[in-house]
Design a protein around this ligand. Structure first.
Ligand code: CTP
Length: 416
């Protein structure tokens, strides 16, 4: 039934070539969105579904969305040698969803269909986005296969936690397709940079809330965008990532373990727990510095005389300082952020150097928030200060580029 491979016009061949492998799981329909993102952003996508995947989503859907014939078996257009050519010519292979079966075949070098032939011949980066039932993901065979693939440089994303096919809930859901695309796009942009493989990193993101009563809270303007960009960047570089997310209204980064918190006390508990086995902790969150001394269990009513209720605040613990001074994991790298405006006592950088020393962290990412522009913005402009005296300015760039600059600095410290 299938026609094969690359009919692209020469000018299309200038576009990065992505192979989207789709395997036989109910989540195969979500790969349509991954495909659409790649196609619309100018990539030349060849879809290679397995026979089982075609039971879930048919070839016409893949052909229509990719604008190309679907490549599904090794016996069509044999003279074009598709079983080696598709892999050889690829700039990136993404397998989404990846079943336990394809992980096993890939790990063992079995080449019994076009997709596994492609995986054996590809020399480009490979991203697997697994989806399966929790028992299959946790089975020692799958654990070993995932470890093998990662040790060879493949990025194997952790599945998301949530509703699975049928009534089950647990780990095994395919991550958000747009997020798979985001991570895969970054892998493609930085081939050969799986320099965080085998590393476990923790990123805090968002802003904490301190409740005055059941409906009112003290909060701040942190959107979580920079923290989530850090998580995606680390995932694309092969790290195992835990995000401690404080009130973030963004889709979970594909492959990240997300711990949700509300208050600074909850954030502290989660970050300190996760830091115990982390190679790096990046405190991109904005924890509220103060909390009400007492939280009313009932909604505070307006007084008839027009007076405001008393608002007594106390200081929250400084999580970054605690992390940095009482290292949970010896040799770990601790990164803080500083949002500064400068004042009569010193410039933004003067205050930041003093903060770096006070907090005791290894790196401090300094934002000049004089104009308030960074909050909720897609861009950022920072200086990364090191406790070793280093200083790296990152001119206005996307939060993704800023994230990679931060991981570059962290990775350099791992190397020592
Ligand atoms: N931070 C933290 N715990 C807090 C407050 C802040 O871990 N209770 C972390 C932030 O995640 C960030 C860094 O500390 O990485 C800098 O936060 P900032 O609010 O700028 O520093 P402060 O300690 O509040 O310094 P100051 O108010 O003196 O400027």
């Amino acid at each position: 039934m299938t026609d094969t491979v690359d009919e692209a016009a020469p000018q299309q061949r200038e576009r990065p070539r992505v192979v989207l492998g789709v395997t036989g799981g109910i989540a195969a329909y979500k790969a349509c969105e991954v495909l659409r993102r790649f196609s619309e952003s100018g990539h030349d996508v060849t879809v290679v579904p397995t026979a089982a995947a075609l039971e879930f989503v048919g070839a016409p859907t893949w052909a229509a969305l990719s604008g190309k014939p679907v490549a599904a078996d090794v016996w069509s257009r044999v003279h074009e040698v598709p079983h080696v050519r598709i892999g050889q010519e690829a700039d990136l292979v993404v397998v989404a969803p990846a079943t336990a079966d394809v992980l096993a075949r890939a790990a063992h070098g079995i080449a019994d269909d076009l997709l596994t032939n492609t995986l054996l011949t590809a020399r480009c980066p490979v991203v697997f986005a697994p989806a399966m039932h929790t028992e299959m993901w946790e089975h020692p065979a799958t654990r070993a296969n995932v470890a093998t693939l990662r040790s060879r440089g493949a990025v194997v994303l952790e599945p998301a936690v949530g509703r699975l096919t049928g009534r089950d809930t647990g780990k095994g859901r395919l991550p958000d397709p747009v997020e798979i695309y985001e991570v895969a796009r970054q892998v493609l942009a930085r081939p050969g940079a799986a320099d965080l493989a085998g590393r476990r990193v923790v990123v805090s993101a968002g802003g904490t809330r301190e409740f005055l009563d059941p409906v009112r809270f003290l909060g701040n303007r942190s959107s979580g965008l920079q923290g989530y960009a850090l998580a995606r960047a680390a995932l694309s570089r092969g790290a195992e990532v835990t995000v401690v997310a404080a009130n973030v209204a963004l889709a979970d980064p594909a492959g990240a373990h997300v711990v949700r918190v509300t208050s600074t006390a909850e954030l502290r508990e989660a970050v300190l727990r996760e830091a115990g086995s982390a190679d790096a902790v990046v405190m991109a969150a904005a924890p509220a510095d103060f909390r009400p001394v007492a939280q009313s269990t009932e909604k505070i009513k307006k007084a008839a005389d027009g007076s405001a209720p008393p608002l007594a605040l106390e200081q929250n613990p400084d999580v970054l300082r605690e992390l940095a001074t009482e290292r949970r994991a010896p040799g770990s790298v601790v990164v803080g952020f500083a949002a500064e405006t400068g004042d009569s006592t010193g410039s933004v950088l003067d205050l930041a150097r003093a903060k770096l020393a006070r907090k005791g962290c290894d790196l401090l990412v300094v934002n000049d928030v004089g104009g308030g522009a960074v909050f909720g913005s897609e861009d950022n402009e920072v200086v990364i200060l090191g406790a070793d005296g280093s200083s790296r300015a990152v001119a206005r760039a996307s939060k993704t580029d800023v994230a990679h600059a931060i991981w570059d600095e962290v990775a350099r410290r791992f190397a020592h």
